[in-house]
Design a protein around this ligand. Structure first.
Ligand SMILES: [Cu+2]
Length: 113
């Protein structure tokens, strides 16, 4: 009976791994400070299909663990852009960006005032 239980356990783990289909993506953002970090992380955390999010302010790269069945890299980038930040090749939404506190508006590509 023990063997059957073990095989069953492995089958279940396999099933859940497949059903969950978790994926990890690293996206370069234009975050400036810890406020930006919090803003982007919060926005992504409430996005459908996102399981875990962590932005590293040193390289401005946000690491997102997500369910590939529920969302996509493009959708995640769009959320970041809508928050007012660049996401890899996706340009920030200028309206959202202009509403950010001024300290958060300095883009990584240079001064824009
Ligand atoms: Cu900021």
């Amino acid at each position: 009976m023990k063997k059957i239980a073990l095989i069953w356990a492995f089958l279940m783990i396999g099933f859940y791994t497949f059903a969950d289909n978790p994926a990890i993506v690293k996206i370069k953002t234009s975050a400036v400070c810890s406020m930006c970090k919090e803003r982007i992380e919060k926005k992504l955390a409430f996005t459908k299909g996102v399981k875990d999010v962590n932005l590293n302010l040193e390289d401005k790269v946000v690491t997102v663990t997500y369910n590939a069945k529920k969302t996509s890299v493009d959708a995640l980038k769009k959320v970041i852009a809508e928050t007012g930040y660049d996401a890899d090749d996706v340009q920030k939404d200028e309206t959202s960006h202009s509403k950010l506190p001024s300290c958060c508006q300095k883009s990584s590509t240079g001064m824009k005032h």
